[in-house]
Design a protein around this ligand. Structure first.
Ligand code: SAM
Length: 208
């Protein structure tokens, strides 16, 4: 089973700083819905270190769901990691919204390194889904690189942005202010932003 586990080197570098923020901002109970779980390394690490919540990983790519499943089975907190769901934020309803879904309440949504690697409209779908799925007080946590007031925060982010746009003209590093405006339109209020290593940000919203 372990040979299905895939590795993304960035997750080893960013998981500890992200965990330290999650420990401060996540609700103390319930289910955390992770959107765009990728390899599943984050899911295994966070679930093993956040023992009071259940972790519900999701991923649209089938091979990555196999990797998430394998990481979940190898994790120390496997009872807290639920099997990965197939979720593209542009789909409606999300699988967690259908009648038979029982892993409630979803008290937080975590989304790491996705909104710059998908079309801008997907950020809107993410916010709309968070508005539907979270109850008042629920948390939406975003992590990744952001522009501020139209400016890149570092030369490395500028080069990364060019590389992303070259790969797909709909991708690119997002403006923090535009993301906040979109969130507010979906009853998600900014709680805090935290500077993270390698010119990334944690951005935390609370459902009003
Ligand atoms: C750079 S990877 C990040 C994966 C993981 N969160 C991490 O940090 O290692 C980007 C992820 O976004 C996912 N993704 C892209 N567009 C998406 C969409 N519309 N809905 C859900 N996930 C999406 C991809 O499948 C991929 O897993």
């Amino acid at each position: 089973m372990s040979n299905l586990r895939q590795y993304a080197p960035a997750t080893e570098r960013n998981r500890q700083p992200i965990l330290e923020i999650l420990q401060q901002v996540l609700p103390s109970a319930g289910t955390v819905l992770e959107i765009a779980s990728g390899t599943g390394e984050h899911a295994a690490f966070f679930a093993s270190n956040l023992m009071n919540v259940r972790w519900l990983p999701t991923e649209q790519v089938p091979e990555l769901r196999e990797s998430i499943q394998a990481w979940g089975e190898s994790a120390s907190a496997k009872n807290l990691i639920l099997p990965p769901l197939n979720l593209n934020v542009g789909d409606r309803p999300w699988p967690v919204e259908v009648d038979h879904f029982t892993e409630l309440p979803i008290t937080a949504i975590v989304n790491i390194n996705m909104i710059h690697i998908s079309a801008w409209e997907m950020c809107g779908h993410l916010m709309a889904g968070a508005e539907r799925v979270l109850s008042a007080g629920g948390i939406l946590y975003l992590y990744g690189p952001f522009k501020r007031a139209g400016q890149q925060s570092a030369g490395s982010n500028e080069a990364f942005d060019l590389m992303l746009r070259d790969r797909n003209s709909e991708w690119g590093i997002r403006d923090l202010e535009a993301v906040i405006r979109l969130a507010e339109a979906h009853r998600l209020q900014l709680v805090q932003t935290v500077e993270m290593p390698a010119n990334n940000l944690s951005v935390v919203f609370r459902r009003m």
